[in-house]
Design a protein around this ligand. Structure first.
Ligand code: SF4
Ligand code: SF4
Length: 93
């Protein structure tokens, strides 16, 4: 399997409930620029199902604007795992 996240981005555009904060300390969360954070809901700010930090076009070329300080859930999701497959299927990838 050779799925490139840089040519995908599906998991970042599948549900506003997905990029939710979990184990991060307040200090770590403070590193994420406030414009991308939905504080009241404890997650990344989303526009519809799409994380506001996702750059580019899903299925073509994408990047994360906060990659080095992205939440735990984003670090955990790996190409080919069940969440990845579900997200890709939802986008027809
Ligand atoms: S983990 Fe999977 S769904 Fe997420 S960007 Fe990478 S290939 Fe796409
Ligand atoms: S923070 Fe980055 S890796 Fe996480 S959902 Fe948003 S765009 Fe994707």
């Amino acid at each position: 399997m050779d799925w490139s996240c840089q040519a995908c981005g599906a998991c970042c555009a599948t549900s506003a409930e997905w990029p939710r904060f979990s184990l991060e300390s307040d200090e770590v969360l403070a590193l994420i620029p406030a414009a991308f954070v939905d504080d009241p809901n404890g997650r990344m700010r989303c526009e519809g199902d799409r994380c506001s930090a996702l750059l580019g076009e899903v299925g073509k070329a994408t990047a994360c604007a906060v990659y080095t300080v992205r939440p735990e859930v984003c670090r955990t999701c790996q190409p080919g795992d069940p969440e990845c497959r579900m997200a890709r299927a939802r986008h027809g990838l």
